[in-house]
Design a protein around this ligand. Structure first.
Ligand code: ADP
Ligand code: ADP
Length: 228
């Protein structure tokens, strides 16, 4: 079942620059996709188009076959969540549970529903013991888990991670891998940009490679990484 599709996307941040050109990508439910490519290749810009934070200059985004127009962007953002690379530095609430409840509260869910979602997100990130603590005092790996819990509480279908392995030590990479496996068991669809080829090889079933604002390779991870 195809969930999310980009067709011939192009995007520019300003005149004379093209961050993305002619990007087409089709994401099926439950896939585990590693997104590779050097800095500036267009990965983050593609993610922001896929979740409706940016609108493509030309080309289309489809979710479950439906073309996304201007009025559908909010809906798309609920279905496609992004864990940003520096999200753990942008934690602002005074307690971990307050931080994780921000998103669900913005969805205007009932108090009970917010409480349920926060508990579910904290449990899945093994953060229950920190719920009343100020996030400020947590370790880097723990803050990363809070930033992932933030997104989980929104219950998106597709979760995109922008370079989650960049600031993690091997123990936390292992923890992340367990979290990702749990998400896959929950039926989530995952895209992860990374420079960590070992991680991509071990975790992903498909690799998509960006260069110069476009996709230069897309296929089974073993094929892509073997021919690199
Ligand atoms: P990454 O490779 O980790 O995605 P980038 O270096 O591409 O990181 O971008 C880091 C941040 O800086 C992003 O928020 C991006 O939007 C912003 N950024 C990148 N290039 C520019 C630029 N030329 N002008 C303004 N902001 C930029
Ligand atoms: P990646 O995530 O692969 O590092 P990006 O999507 O961040 O790549 O960047 C693609 C291109 O767009 C780069 O040339 C980058 O400098 C530019 N860019 C990214 N974010 C911005 C921004 N906010 N403003 C201007 N240019 C940007």
């Amino acid at each position: 079942e195809v969930l999310l599709q980009a067709e011939n996307l192009s995007y520019s941040y300003g005149p004379g620059t093209k961050a993305l050109h002619d990007v087409s990508l089709s994401v099926k439910k439950g896939e585990k996709i590693a997104v590779l490519g050097s800095n500036g290749a267009g990965k983050s810009t593609c993610f922001l188009n896929l979740n409706g934070v940016l609108m493509p200059d030309t080309g289309t985004i489809r979710y479950k076959g439906k073309e996304i127009g201007k009025k559908d962007l909010n809906e798309l953002r609920k279905e496609v969540g992004i864990v940003f690379q520096d999200a753990d530095n942008q934690i602002i609430a005074s307690t971990v549970s307050a931080e994780v409840s921000f998103g669900p509260m913005n969805l205007r869910l009932s108090k009970d529903e917010v409480k349920q979602r926060v508990e579910m997100a904290l449990k899945s990130m093994n953060l229950m013991m920190f719920q009343d603590r100020p996030p400020h005092y947590l370790s880097g790996g723990e803050k990363k888990r809070v930033s992932i819990a933030d997104i989980i509480a929104m219950e998106p279908e597709v979760i995109i991670f922008d370079e989650p392995t960049a600031s993690l030590d091997p123990v936390n990479v292992e923890m992340l891998t367990q979290v990702l496996d749990e998400m896959t068991r929950m039926g989530k669809t995952l895209l992860i940009s990374t420079h960590d080829v070992d991680f991509a090889y071990k975790w992903a079933d498909r690799a998509v490679v960006f260069a110069g604002g476009t996709i230069i390779a897309d296929g089974p991870v073993a094929d892509i990484l073997a021919s690199d």
